[in-house]
Design a protein around this ligand. Structure first.
Ligand code: SAH
Length: 352
């Protein structure tokens, strides 16, 4: 007997086929054990022992413990998972006063080549499967107990909308079987316009975050190479279509890079865009990464940039960098294990 698929890849119907020689209710028992109770197959006591051991072989887990770190008094929990093919991806669980959020990876590496991003510096290796994404959520949900996992954000390694089908398969499973509401699932994208337009056609109105980082095409193309293909106007149109279809508020992610995108000129352009799209801004000082020669804006500069936005009636919140003591930010755990990341040219500094 050999493995058929990873444990969280198959849907109910496919598991039904796998168990076609068994009574129908076995599928429900297995499904409940995996998705509702978060059990290992060996622990699903409603299933006969022999079947448990067969299923354990047929449906192996996809994620193998490589590194696990907990920091800040248990507030941030991070895993580097080894995959069957030897690759590795990260998952981060963050506890806040009012919620617990898991940040999941959607690809091993990333093809988008944003210079400031540690995963972008690595390049693309492969897409994750639906099962590999869902398993990250299940593992984090179990680790969060007794707290309830309330939010899933696609802000780990990879560009989720470049792996649309597998990611959307995971979104459906997270919604229907793990039980999170669509607005507690956030898709974060560098701005893959066709993907945003596809999301507008879906039935599940998930939250959309766009990693904007610059509000003029000249600077954005320098920071986010995909902007050449989908410039800000095209991106804004797709965002407007998504907001109209989903009824969700849009948010823009903005990593403040010292002397680069923390200028008043950028704040003015950003405020105009936010007004048009009724978007909210999440500000975070850039996390230093090994291959990028520029630092994050200091606290005073972050507050100044926020004030420029607030003065223009643009909603902007400052996010704390979480887990820097455990390399939890943005692909750094993997990067710390892998010294082959390439160095990236510094962005052009702008006068403030
Ligand atoms: N590819 C998707 C999701 C993964 S990146 C996207 O681009 O949205 C998740 C977020 O982390 C993005 O907003 C990304 O721009 C940001 N990010 C990447 N590297 C960072 C760094 N060094 N410091 C701060 N934010 C970073």
């Amino acid at each position: 007997m050999s493995a058929v698929e990873t444990r969280y890849q198959l849907d109910r119907d496919a598991l039904g086929e796998l168990l076609s020689d068994h009574p129908k209710y076995r599928v429900e028992q297995l499904w409940k054990g995996l998705y509702e109770d978060g059990l290992d197959i060996a622990e699903i006591s409603t299933l006969p022992k022999g079947l448990r051991s067969d299923l354990d072989t047929l449906l192996p887990v996809a994620l193998h413990h490589r590194i696990e770190r907990i920091s800040e008094g248990g507030e941030t929990h991070k895993w580097l998972w080894g995959l069957a093919d030897g690759d590795a991806v990260e998952t981060v669980l963050m506890h806040y006063k009012d919620r617990s959020t898991v940040c999941v990876s959607s690809q091993a590496g990333c093809a988008m080549a944003c210079g400031f991003c540690s995963t972008g510096q690595e390049g693309f290796r492969r897409h994750l499967t639906t099962g590999e994404i869902v398993e990250q959520v299940v593992r984090a949900r179990e680790a969060a107990k007794p707290r309830r996992l309330s939010n899933v954000v696609f802000m780990g390694m990879g560009e989720p909308l470049a792996n649309y089908d597998a990611v959307w398969g995971a979104v459906r499973r997270i919604h229907a079987d793990i039980g999170l509401s669509a607005r507690h699932i956030t898709m974060s994208t560098v701005g893959v316009v066709p993907g945003i337009r596809r999301m507008a056609e879906e039935q599940l109105p998930v939250s959309l975050a766009v990693s904007l980082h610059a509000a003029t095409d000249e600077l954005r193309t320098e920071l986010v190479p995909l902007n050449k293909r989908y410039p800000i106007d095209a991106l804004a149109d797709a965002c407007a279509a998504y907001v109209a279809a989903s009824g969700r508020r849009l948010s823009f992610e903005w990593a403040l890079i010292d002397g680069v995108n923390d200028t008043e000129e950028q704040a003015i352009a950003l405020a105009a865009l936010c007004k048009e799209l009724r978007a909210h801004v999440n500000l975070i000082p850039l996390n230093p990464t090994p291959g990028y020669p520029t630092v994050g804006t200091d606290a005073a500069g972050v507050s100044r940039f926020q004030k420029w936005l607030l003065d223009r009636n643009t909603n902007a919140t400052i996010r704390r960098n979480r887990g820097t003591d455990i390399d939890a930010a943005c692909g750094q755990l993997r990067a710390s294990q892998n010294k082959t990341t390439t160095s990236v040219a510094a962005p052009t500094r702008r006068p403030r």
